[in-house]
Ligand binder design. Structure first.
Ligand code: SF4
Length: 377
């Protein structure tokens, strides 16, 4: 295979690994759990891995963090009563197909059900890849019309599926239509393409995107091994186009549920010019128990990041409230008590401090008799 082909994003997409036979041939170390899961995968969430991302898998390591994210396992068929196909309750907040309006001033605009590769813990696996027959058909005219008729919407997040799978022309047409709405101040794109398919981040794409500022991009990376030189260069091209970049990670068992791994990840993200934005507790997606780490582990990781590395490197840990309550920030307990004369709290080293203030939060002032007379000159 020529280097030219490898660097061509269309070639990468055309040569994705999508069948158990391909997987077995390329990775003879497939375990029985993976083999059984892969055979069933195309009924739930399709198997799809770009050759570039597949190359990052260590075939000798059953617990390779890249492998756990994209190779199906039989545990995906084990579902519990509290798991859901729509754990964030998006369907219940959808005024028109493909649009989710949960928060007051922003909407989630689903543009496609396709991704460059498929993450086995995907929150939207009910529709993404169309393996389970959801039959997702976004209706851009209705989605845009809703935004036009709703002046409270000032922020639009394009997601899916992956919006950067669109051709430059198709994406530009959508951005044009959104930018023509006067109350849309801010557009964001949620994408995993820079990680799954960095070849897609072409100079032409970046030149087009820079015409639509303020435009932010949220990428999705979970492990420092994903941040290769190709990914770093692709992110650099986006940053050079003036696009602020944030990262969303999902806390995953066997992948990044380790404070040292997460510390390496967030520090490497900064080196790639990306601000770690959110660390998500894995949603209660059906068949994801084998991938979910505990909330306690998430808090332990946050405790090991805050104060121990640059503040810019510290994401916000959140749980998307099951059933549709939105993102809720979850933090270690730094406030130890609230007293009548102040707040008692601890720092990252466990040292205890007090901030004086009144019971209602007003600043404490000395009683009049305690005031010192200023000296007259
Ligand atoms: S890239 Fe995003 S939308 Fe696509 S499968 Fe992964 S988590 Fe789901």
């Amino acid at each position: 295979m020529a280097e030219k082909d490898w660097n061509d994003w269309h070639w990468q997409l055309q040569h994705r690994i999508t069948t158990v036979e391909q997987l077995q041939r390329l990775m003879p170390t497939l375990t029985p759990e993976e083999f059984a899961g892969t055979k069933l995968a195309n009924h739930k969430l399709a198997l799809g891995i770009t050759p570039y991302f597949f190359n990052l898998i260590d075939p000798a390591d059953e617990y390779c963090p890249i492998r756990w994210q994209v190779i199906p396992r039989i545990e995906e068929t084990h579902t519990a009563a509290w798991e859901m196909s729509d754990p964030c309750g998006e369907e219940g907040h959808s005024p028109v197909p493909g649009l989710v309006h949960r928060y007051p001033d922003r909407v989630l605009f689903l543009v496609t059900d396709r991704c460059a590769a498929y993450c086995r813990y995907c929150t939207r696996s009910r529709l993404v890849s169309n393996a389970s027959g959801y039959d997702f058909h976004p209706e851009f005219d209705r989605q845009i019309d809703y935004i036009r008729r709703t002046p409270s919407v000032r922020d639009v997040l394009l997601s899916g599926g992956d919006p950067l799978l669109f051709s430059d022309e198709k994406l530009e047409c959508l951005l044009d239509r959104l930018r023509a709405i006067p109350h849309v101040e801010f557009v964001r794109i949620g994408t995993r393409i820079p990680v799954f398919l960095p070849q897609r981040i072409t100079p032409e794409l970046c030149a087009m995107l820079r015409n639509y500022h303020p435009l932010f991009i949220s990428i999705h990376s979970n492990h420092p091994r994903e941040l290769t030189t190709e990914v770093r260069d692709a992110l650099g091209r986006l940053a050079d186009a003036g696009i602020p970049l944030g990262n969303q990670s999902v806390l995953l068992r066997h992948v990044n549920d380790d404070p040292e791994v997460m510390k390496a990840q967030v520090q490497k993200l900064l080196m790639c010019r990306v601000k770690p934005y959110y660390l998500y507790q894995c949603d209660l997606i059906a068949g994801s128990a084998h991938l979910r780490a505990s909330v306690r582990k998430g808090l332990e990781i946050m405790e090991q990041l805050r104060g121990h590395t640059s503040g810019y490197a510290v994401p916000q840990f959140v749980i998307d409230a099951p059933g549709g309550g939105g993102k809720v920030p979850i933090n270690p307990d730094y406030v130890l008590s609230r007293r009548a004369d102040g707040v008692v709290f601890r720092n990252y080293e466990g040292k205890i401090f007090e901030y004086p203030e009144g019971p209602d939060g007003t600043p404490l002032v000395p009683a009049p008799g305690e005031l010192e007379e200023p000296e007259l000159v």
